[in-house]
Design a protein around this ligand. Structure first.
Ligand code: CUA
Length: 619
């Protein structure tokens, strides 16, 4: 017995009122209800009387259409009118019409009620589609047979001269089987619509209804349609798979048409040759192989455990299936060694991944000392490169084969990301007074490789692409010499140093108001408060753009802030100049391919010669 809660409450209230009037009343709460007799055949040959008093057969109303059956009695002072009002209201909002797609059969379960009463009732609901509404009365026997078949239980209270009863409507199929119950006195038009469509075995309704019905299902407990989670998930899964396959085919067609006349690149392809989508970019740097090895290891571990877990699930589902309805599995004690194993093994695997990944990370992001330096400035939407010899490039970078190239990168506006897939090098390039980002690589294959910005940086992000050209060392040398090589970065930095009047405070002989810069680079500097810091590119850059951040011990914070007065390119020139003034690192590399800075400071260089390029070309 599953009447709705409201209904139960109303029924019990009625009973309580009756009980108060007469304590010895015989009706028990169990006498009343509306049971689910889904799929029960309703006897269609039962005889009733219609509004005109004519004898009819119940089956007369089932003309290949579903029927909404409402058990009520016409003189009911309580719920029955509300059932009919609720039904009429819901049907008004329905695009189906009573008498056309379905019939409404209202049957009085009070055998003393007459067809006159039924006719009066029909009058009242005449506006709501009179043709499809039928108000029947009948004798105790057919009433009993019908209410039993649909599970409707009620009881007569002689003292109150009323029936205690549940409320709701039933949808019957065109063949007279019980299909759906809707309890209470209010019915959602959508639920009624779904119920009618399903009862009619989907011979009515629109394709939209069919799709909606995939996502909703009738819940017999509540008598309502609710979103069917599993059905929706399955539908979503099918749609996703179709979408992915369609996308793959579309991409493949595009790739094929774009490839015509172009020699296919030397790529590694996915096993399903038909799709021909490159699985990995070319392998053109010294650590590309290491990155790939780590990647394939991670993929391998994932595949191994995915297959293992999925396989065991299937195996266990079969092995430990329930063999009889009454089977109760034996109690098992958890195995301590098993638990220890599944803690220890994943832990060890994670440790291996961690150590391997971290060591690779540090290899890629800490440049070796003897590397050839290139300054990179990213801005919306281009990559600018400055060789220490002064050569400038935009969206193209020429590097010699086999030498180690260190990129010192910064951004003038927003975050960009420097990405050369063939080298397995990717690093975010950050704006502001923060640190330079450093990556390095050693190209192992001559050729032209794509350079991308891998961080969405505005409207033309997709156009912020370029090429890295790896040349034979001799070719690279002649490229360097072939025009465009103006002033070296250090020399440009020296000029700037004088233009900005830095030299009035940073004097070479130590008599200025600011620290001496000769021999500074790479040394430890003592700050106010005793902290020590290495004078590297980041320190010099910060000292120019935010001079008060770190004050050298023994000096006043008097240096003006140069943010906005010097471009990032100029900052890197100043850095190159200060590096050229000597220190523990090879400041001398900065003079390559261009004029060495002339003038006093240059003479103090600690390591005067030894071009990186000459070194690398000798490899
Ligand atoms: Cu720069 Cu995206």
């Amino acid at each position: 017995m599953r009447p709705s809660i409201i209904n139960t409450v109303i029924c019990l209230a009625l009973l309580a009122a009756a009980a108060a009037a007469q304590p010895s009343r015989p009706i028990k709460p169990g006498d009343i209800g509306f049971d689910q007799r889904l799929d029960e055949q309703v006897p269609l040959d039962l005889a009733f009387r219609d509004e005109a008093g004519k004898t009819v057969r119940l089956g007369d109303y089932f003309n290949h259409k579903p029927v909404i059956l409402a058990p009520v009695y016409y003189q009911c002072p309580m719920l029955c009118d509300q059932v009919l009002n609720g039904l009429a209201g819901a049907l008004k909002a329905l695009s189906f019409v009573a008498g056309k797609e379905f019939e409404v059969v209202v049957v009085s379960f009070n055998p003393r009620e007459t067809s006159e009463l039924a006719a009066a009732k029909k009058e009242g609901y005449g506006r709501a589609g009179a043709a499809g509404w039928h108000f029947l009365t009948g004798d105790p026997k057919p009433i009993d047979a019908l209410t039993r078949a649909v599970g409707f239980r009620y009881a007569y209270d002689p003292l109150l001269n009323q029936y205690a009863h549940a409320s709701g409507v039933v949808i019957l199929t065109p063949k007279g089987r019980v299909a759906r119950y809707f309890y209470g006195i209010e019915y959602a038009p959508r639920d009624l619509r779904f119920g009618l469509i399903e009862a009619a075995e989907e011979r009515i309704g629109t394709p939209v209804d069919q799709v909606l019905l995939l996502c909703y299902q009738y819940d017999p407990k509540t008598g309502k349609y609710s979103a069917a989670v599993m059905k929706s998930l399955r539908l979503g899964g099918v749609v996703t798979v179709i979408g992915v396959v369609a996308l793959l085919f579309a991409l493949n067609r595009k790739a094929k048409s774009g490839r015509q006349g172009v020699k296919p690149a030397n790529h590694c392809f996915l096993p399903f040759g038909a799709l021909l989508i490159p699985f990995l970019p070319e392998n053109a740097s010294s650590f590309a192989g290491h990155v790939d090895a780590l990647y394939f290891t991670l993929v391998g571990i994932s595949v191994f455990f995915t297959v293992l877990i999925a396989g065991l699930e299937v195996y266990f589902a079969i092995k430990y299936r329930r063999r009889s309805p009454g089977e109760i599995p034996p109690k098992t004690a958890p195995s301590l060694s098993l638990e220890a194993a599944w803690i220890a093994i994943p832990f060890l695997i994670c440790l291996v991944i961690f150590v391997w990944g971290a060591s690779l990370y540090f290899t890629i992001y800490s440049a070796p000392k003897e590397a050839m330096e290139i300054y990179v400035t990213a801005k919306q939407w281009m990559w600018r490169f400055q060789h220490v010899g002064g050569q400038r490039e935009i969206n193209e970078l020429h590097v010699p084969l086999g030498s180690r190239v260190k990129l010192t990168m910064t951004s003038e506006d927003v975050i960009h990301s420097f990405f050369v897939p063939a080298f397995r090098v990717k690093a975010d390039v950050l704006p502001g007074q923060g640190r330079y980002r450093v990556v390095w690589f050693e190209p192992t294959k001559p050729g032209r490789y794509h350079l991308f910005c891998a961080e969405y940086c505005g409207a033309n992000h997709a156009g912020m692409i370029g090429w890295v050209e790896v040349m034979q060392p001799q070719e690279f040398q002649s490229w360097l010499g072939g025009g465009g090589a103006g002033e070296s970065m250090a020399s440009a930095g020296q000029k700037l140093f004088q233009q900005l009047a830095c030299n009035t405070c940073h004097k070479t002989d130590g008599t200025g108001r600011c620290p001496v810069l000769e021999g500074l680079f790479g040394k430890q500097v003592e700050l106010q408060g005793g902290q020590k810091i290495a004078a590297d590119e980041n320190y010099i850059r910060e000292s120019i753009l935010n001079p008060t951040a770190k004050i050298v011990a023994g000096y006043e914070p008097i240096m003006p802030n140069f943010t906005g007065q010097v471009s990032e390119e100029q900052v890197s020139q100043l850095v190159a100049y200060i590096k050229s003034l000597g220190g523990t690192q090879q400041g001398a590399a900065t003079q390559l391919g261009g004029t060495a800075p002339t003038g006093a400071p240059g003479a103090r260089r600690s390591k005067p010669t030894g071009g990186q390029l000459q070194k690398s070309s000798a490899h």
